[in-house]
Design a protein around this ligand. Structure first.
Ligand SMILES: [Zn+2]
Ligand SMILES: [Zn+2]
Length: 586
């Protein structure tokens, strides 16, 4: 609140992390130290009155330094003091915002606010208008998030520098965020709930939290541009503002040279028995069984927007995707950002469909090639042709050769056992997968639902959470900003309008717990969509390895010398296995 650089503060938070106390202490401090006009906006008149009596009213009746400043009008929702006024208003009435100039504006639970009040517009904008003539204004917005896609606090947070609390691991001291994705527990023993350190894999338990949070530091995470350099934050001041690597000043500033600071906090950081790690585990476990509970859990405990509603994953039009194709020729030379090449394979009755993808940094991907191998997938000749395709050598921009680093192969359908037999000798290179769309598991956040080894075939295979992966595929295709998580497609005959129609052949139907991905009425084929889903899984699955790769040290490099000498051996191995007589036994 005291930093002169910070103009806007956005708090995206789980429930009960002390936002009311923050407003109360801020107001008490302001009345005593910088008296001026203050406005607090609640959602409804009822909320405003409740806040006025239960929260801020106590400050004005018990806090001695504040009482000594009181002067003039003193009602429940309006307080006058030397140097200014405090008014507590509500967002459901446009007349709330017809007051004079405001220097300090606090808005509470904005995700529940109406979009348009009395046909005069967004109440957030109306309130901010009241601060426009104040050069040293402060605007504070706080809320628990709600429905994804339309969530107001998330929208506001994304327009800030996006700060998170980084806390040191008790074992290796590496500073990191406490993230739900690193949270582990056994459904049989919630007491064991813990985070896994992303650096040393050590267990971070409830009793570690207090000291970690004490030693935590806020860090802005949004990328920014300063001194003509596009940068990812690497240095911060004591408030968490990102400092420019060139000039050393706060670099992520708005058009007025001020900082819009966003803070995200959730229950895991809270030192409260109701939000201990075992109780978060118990609630998460319950929520997994019921999407409506999951919505509440994600909003009020994790403090993030959440929804499974169809509209947020509505796929972009296939023509728009076709239009954004770019001029690159990956089969001649891979994009220079390539860290590795992944392949995905879909099994059909009369053929294999395969897809190559060049993988860059931060989830950026380039479609390389989409092709078919015709023939019965159970037939050894068809399988040998597929292997031949998967052994394609690609050329990196520096001239070196690279092979497919890993492949994911769909083993669903009637021939799934035969497909596992095909994958068995290539385990570790070809990953056998089975898509699963199960009402019980589809709302789980994890992408890999189970890992099993077929007892006869001795081939490992994984079940994929196809529902969540398809949600992610839609997000990726809808991402229109090249860079992080963007998918590029080349201008070529392979990537024609038909390809993009198949790529967008499904849509999310239904709502609530009945929501599911299904083919659009006029669509029969969707192989590219499935192949995209598989590569998103494979990328996520291999992420720890891919993260350490770079275009200078890519994965899957082919050593020209080693390759020549081992060539014969490999061919023999394949030949032995694919003798038709051997295959006939199955
Ligand atoms: Zn650690
Ligand atoms: Zn700079």
């Amino acid at each position: 609140m005291e930093s002169p650089f910070i103009e806007k503060i956005v708090l995206s938070k789980s429930a009960r992390v002390g936002y009311a106390i923050f407003i109360n202490t801020s107001v008490a401090w302001l009345v005593s130290n910088d008296p001026s006009n203050i406005m607090i906006v609640q959602n409804t008149q009822g909320d405003a009155e409740k806040f006025a009596t239960k929260e801020i009213g106590k400050v004005f009746s018990h806090c001695v330094p504040v009482i000594s400043k009181l002067y003039g009008k003193n009602t429940t929702t309006e307080k006058s003091f030397f140097g200014g006024d405090l008014s507590i208003v509500w967002a459901t009435s446009a007349s709330s915002f017809r007051m004079v100039t405001i220097k300090y504006l606090f808005m509470d639970e904005i995700s529940g606010w109406t979009d348009n009040v009395d046909k005069e517009g967004d109440p957030i904008d109306l309130a901010i208008t009241r601060t426009e003539s104040e050069g040293q204004r402060k605007i504070v917005l706080g809320s628990t998030p709600k429905e994804a896609g339309t969530c107001k606090i998330t929208r506001e947070f994304l327009q800030t520098d996006q700060r998170y609390l980084y806390v040191p691991c008790p074992h290796c001291a590496f500073k990191q965020r406490l993230k739900l994705e690193n949270f582990r527990f056994s459904p049989k023993n919630y007491k064991n709930a813990h985070f896994v350190c992303i650096h040393c894999s050590g267990k971070i338990e409830e009793h570690h939290k207090f000291n970690m949070v004490e030693a935590g530091e806020w860090r802005a995470t949004r990328e920014f541009e300063c001194c003509g350099v596009h940068q990812t934050p690497e240095k911060w001041d004591e408030t968490g503002s990102a400092l420019c690597c060139k000039c050393g000043e706060p670099g992520d500033t708005n058009e007025r040279g001020k900082i819009d600071a966003g803070f995200h906090i959730w229950s895991a950081y809270n030192d409260n028995p109701n939000t201990s790690l075992p109780s978060i585990a118990a609630e998460y476990d319950k929520a997994k069984k019921d999407p409506r509970k999951m919505q509440t859990f994600m909003n009020t405990k994790v403090g993030v927007e959440y929804s499974d509603a169809a509209r947020i994953h509505k796929l972009n039009n296939f023509e728009a995707l076709y239009q954004r194709r770019e001029y690159y020729s990956p089969m001649e030379s891979l994009p220079e950002q390539t860290c590795c090449v992944l392949a995905t394979i879909d099994t059909q009755k009369d053929r294999f469909d395969y897809h190559f993808w060049a993988i860059g940094d931060r989830g950026e991907m380039w479609a390389v090639h989409y092709g078919k191998v015709h023939g019965d997938p159970e037939d050894a000749a068809t399988q040998q042709s597929l292997i031949h395709e998967l052994e394609t050598e690609f050329t990196l921009s520096d001239g070196q050769s690279i092979g497919v680093f890993a492949a994911a192969m769909d083993c669903n359908g009637h021939a799934w056992k035969a497909m596992l037999e095909f994958c068995a000798p290539y385990q570790g290179w070809i990953f056998a997968i089975r898509g699963e769309v199960n009402a019980k598991t589809k709302f789980k956040p994890e992408f890999t639902l189970s890992f099993k080894v077929h007892p006869e075939v001795k081939c490992e295979y994984r079940s994929l959470n196809v529902h969540q992966l398809k949600n992610r595929a839609a997000e990726r295709l809808n991402n229109e900003a090249p860079g992080k998580n963007y998918i590029h497609f080349p201008v070529s005959d392979v990537f024609d309008l038909t390809y993009f129609q198949m790529l967008t052949a499904e849509e999310l139907k239904g709502s609530g717990s009945n929501v599911k991905w299904d083919k659009k009425p006029d669509q029969k084929r969707n192989e590219p969509w499935d192949l995209l889903v598989y590569v998103l899984w494979l990328w996520d699955f291999l992420r720890p390895e891919i993260k350490h790769a770079s275009p200078q040290e890519p994965l899957g490099l082919i050593d020209p010398n080693a390759h020549k000498s081992s060539d014969d051996v490999i061919e023999n191995d394949y030949g032995d296995y694919y003798e038709t007589s051997d295959y006939g036994d199955y």
